[in-house]
Design a protein around this ligand. Structure first.
Ligand SMILES: [Mn+2]
Length: 316
């Protein structure tokens, strides 16, 4: 059933011994939302843990600072920032699929897998909804919770630069700042800091980037060898998908990544009026108007040629 943030809070008020699940390859929004909620529930005297399928990047460590796993017999399960159960990751999926009580999410593609779903498809981040849930719980938001929520909103909006950013995103960020969120440090860690390996990977990618159709299409390629040569991982380098579109005049920026199993994934970023989701749908993928993704089984050259052709149609 579709419910509001206030109704989600009413349900949570009546529950205890709560497990909060994040999505696999956890990002700032799913972790920030999960721990903000866990901190709020604990402040109410309830027991709550956040459980992840994959390890969380140490750059987010301030989010779980001071939080230790609690021992309890689980009675209620919440999923945050998760559109479908498969995004839980294999290990968590096996244990929790079919038994999630509450989903708090902002993906319009949410499959309503939970008993109750608090879905706001226009919300830039799940953390925005979490803010209203915590408010409705009646918990006073402390500095740590404020930093968690700010992290979710700022990372999912690319530091308030993406088109999903709304007045409400700025408003909530402002409230979090007032409540003590360490916005300077968070912005520096999330948006200003790169490892030498990441910069080296960027250099290799830029050297090999290809341009087509009067520079309206740019294609970058990342191979597994590039990750190993630079000591980087796919997870850390998600942001690289945004680089081809940064070039002035580029309407379609494509980043093709070789996966560990030898197949390929493309991240497509576009500027209006070009629809990234439409391009990726031709390959069985999907996403938003400005950012989407798809997979391909053939060779790199075949994939490049096909994407070039599909993008060419859109750019006509
Ligand atoms: Mn999100």
């Amino acid at each position: 059933m579709q419910i509001t943030a206030v109704q989600a809070a009413e349900i949570l008020k009546a529950e205890d011994n709560i497990t909060i699940l994040t999505h696999f390859h956890p990002d700032g929004d799913t972790i920030g939302s999960g721990f903000a909620l866990a901190r709020a529930l604990r402040k109410m005297g309830k027991k709550a843990n956040v459980i992840n399928n994959d390890e969380m990047h140490p750059k987010y460590a301030y989010i779980w600072k001071g939080i230790k796993k609690q021992r309890f017999k689980e009675q209620f399960v919440v999923a945050v920032d998760i559109a479908t159960e498969h995004l839980l990751g294999d290990r968590i999926y096996e244990k929790y699929a079919g038994r999630i009580d509450l989903s708090i999410d902002h993906h319009p593609t949410n499959s309503f897998f939970a008993k109750n779903t608090c879905l706001e498809g226009n919300s830039a981040a799940a953390a925005e909804i979490i803010y209203y849930v915590i408010k409705a719980l009646g918990v006073e938001i402390d500095e740590d919770m404020a930093s968690c929520i700010y992290t979710g909103v700022s990372t999912d909006t690319g530091c308030f630069k993406y088109r999903n950013t709304t007045a409400r995103s700025f408003y909530i960020a402002g409230v979090m700042k007032d409540l003590g969120a360490d916005t300077e440090t968070i912005n520096e860690v999330m948006f200003e800091t790169k490892t030498r390996g990441e910069l080296e990977l960027e250099r290799i990618i830029l050297e090999n980037m290809e341009y087509f159709y009067d520079n309206k299409l740019a294609i970058a390629v990342i191979t597994q060898k590039m990750y190993s040569d630079t000591g980087t991982t796919e997870d850390e380098c998600e942001y690289i998908a945004g680089i081809p579109r940064q070039v002035a005049g580029v309407y379609v920026g494509v980043t093709i990544k070789e996966r560990k199993n030898g197949t390929f994934k493309a991240s497509v970023r576009t500027k209006p009026p070009i629809d990234a989701g439409k391009i990726c749908a031709k390959f069985g993928g999907g996403g938003h108007a400005n950012a989407a993704g798809c997979y391909f089984d053939g060779t790199l050259e075949e994939f490049k040629e096909k994407i070039k052709a599909v993008a060419g149609e859109e750019l006509k």
